[in-house]
Design a protein. Structure first.
Length: 504
């Protein structure tokens, strides 16, 4: 955790919308977490790849946030990382390996945090835990963001691989070939959790006496996946899985057959991959590049798993801060790391900060460059946000995005951004989201198709849709702004297009 100077002389009043691009729009997230990666972007990515983003800006209203890159800066950074991978595929392999190592380190340290003992610790001991977690998480981001940077905004890696395939295949074969060649031989954490659940169903039907023990074992591994960043919907418990097992059985599906079928599909996908590599005569270097791309999806899910566990554990730490500082937890979320340190060291009073934190919670802009940061609140912050947040045209008839999983579907739109939205989802609806997360997988499983505003091959929607074999288009930029609940749309994920049939 590096101490950053406050920028006093940076004039953001003349900020121009055309200079910036919306990177992500994330509901229900706390700023104390956001600042870890926002500052990593401008300070710590260079430790891994030799370069940082020049500047990053985020807008926070309550617990919802949007963050922005400078357009040219984002494009240049993506090309810089891609060129390093193309020039030396070993760097791409190292990216994936370092993400696994960093995720393991974050999760291992988080496991040491004992919520029931926090109240016994001194301020100095609490600060040590907070700073250690911040440092480990920051180090993880120095590698962990690079797969996103190289593909999630400009689709540079995807476009490079498509261009490579155009030298060997007809245009109408490109998307299918890309899907086949980017199947990883490693199963993601999402696949493993799904297989574990199907085994719970099997045991409930064949050895009910062991069910309680195996559900509890499953819970130990995956209970926190529902927590995400604020824990609004709690965590999974024993009764949840009992209900899910019963729902699965009532659906008429057979767990044993489904496990066999999915394993067969997985092995067949790997077989098809080998077949096409041989057919189009990919070189060893080209195969390595497709391997790196495929494993980005695996390591992204792995990183996200470790971060959700960290979020679950660190939430107890923030709750302890709220008690000691006598502040509402929602305000704790808006403390900077140096402010937490100063409060724990009694170098600043809560009274001095509280009014400022209330302003931040209402509306704030956060701006960071290397070694420096600036927080803007009130009317000035709203003016900046107004310039950045352009309105989408309501007369759009077709959306275009990137294919994540091929297929076609027609159905009714349901906007699903959080677990609380899932109650309106019905089988056959088309799930539309800013970006999917583990807490809405239940809704994704019954969707006829999935559409997101954000995403790249490493996105949650891309990973899950391919594992569920549901047509999916990612990176549409405007889906939740143009589409609304009840709209009838046609999804052609083979082409990456969404046609609006009826806007009722």
């Amino acid at each position: 955790m590096s101490t950053k100077k406050l920028i006093n002389n940076t004039n953001l009043a003349n900020i121009k919308e055309n200079d910036w691009m919306l990177a992500e729009d994330i509901p229900n997230i706390n700023f104390n977490f956001c600042q870890i990666w926002l500052t990593s972007f401008t300070n710590d990515l260079s430790k891994a790849c030799g370069r940082n983003y020049k500047k990053v800006l985020s807008v926070h209203q309550g617990l919802d946030m949007k963050f922005y890159y400078e357009k040219d800066d984002s494009a240049e950074f993506s090309k810089f990382v891609l060129n390093k991978i193309i020039k030396n595929p070993q760097f791409g392999k190292k990216m994936n390996n370092e993400i696994i190592k960093g995720s393991d380190k974050l999760k291992k340290y988080s496991m040491k945090l004992k919520p029931e003992l926090l109240y016994k610790l001194s301020n100095k001991e609490l600060l040590k835990i907070y700073q250690d977690l911040d440092k480990i998480h920051t180090d993880l981001y120095s590698w962990g963001w690079l797969p996103n940077a190289v593909d999630i905004f400009q689709n540079d890696f995807t476009n490079f691989l498509k261009q490579l395939l155009r030298k060997k295949l007809d245009e109408n074969q490109i998307n299918q070939a890309l899907m086949v060649l980017t199947v990883s031989d490693k199963k993601s954490i999402l696949q493993k959790e799904h297989e574990s659940f199907l085994n719970l169903v099997l045991i409930s039907q064949t050895n009910h006496g062991k069910l309680k023990a195996v559900i509890n074992n499953h819970l130990k591994k995956y209970f926190y996946l529902k927590f995400l960043w604020l824990g609004n919907d709690g965590v999974y418990d024993y009764n949840y899985y009992v209900n899910e097992i019963n729902k699965f059985i009532k659906s008429g599906e057979r767990a044993r057959e489904l496990l066999k079928k999915e394993e067969k599909i997985f092995k067949e996908a790997l077989r098809q991959r080998k077949k096409i590599i041989k057919k189009i005569k990919l070189s060893k270097k080209e195969v390595n590049l497709f391997d790196i791309y495929a494993n980005f999806a695996v390591t992204k899910a792995y990183r996200r798993d470790a971060q959700i566990y960290w979020s679950y554990k660190s939430d107890f730490l923030l709750s302890e801060f709220a008690k000691r500082f006598n502040l509402p937890k929602k305000l704790i979320y808006f403390l900077l790391p140096n402010e937490i340190e100063n409060l724990l060291r009694n170098k600043i009073s809560v009274k001095q900060l509280k009014k400022e934190l209330i302003k931040r919670y209402k509306f704030m802009v956060y701006y960071t460059v290397k070694g420096k940061e600036k927080i803007i609140t009130g009317a000035s912050a709203r003016q900046i946000a107004k310039v950045l947040d352009k309105e989408e045209k309501s007369d759009i008839k077709e959306l275009v995005g990137q294919t994540a999983c091929m297929g076609k579907a027609k159905g009714r739109v349901k906007i699903i951004n959080s677990a609380s939205d899932m109650k309106k989802m019905e089988k056959g609806d088309i799930l539309v989201s800013i970006a999917t997360n583990p807490d809405i997988v239940t809704a994704m499983k019954i969707a006829a198709a999935i559409i997101t505003e954000q995403g790249g091959i490493t996105s949650h929607a891309a990973i899950v849709s391919r594992e569920l074999r549901i047509p999916c288009i990612i990176g549409t930029k405007v889906a939740t702004k143009v589409l609304h609940d009840g709209n009838i749309i046609e999804v052609d994920a083979d082409k990456g297009t969404v046609k609006i049939i009826n806007k009722k």
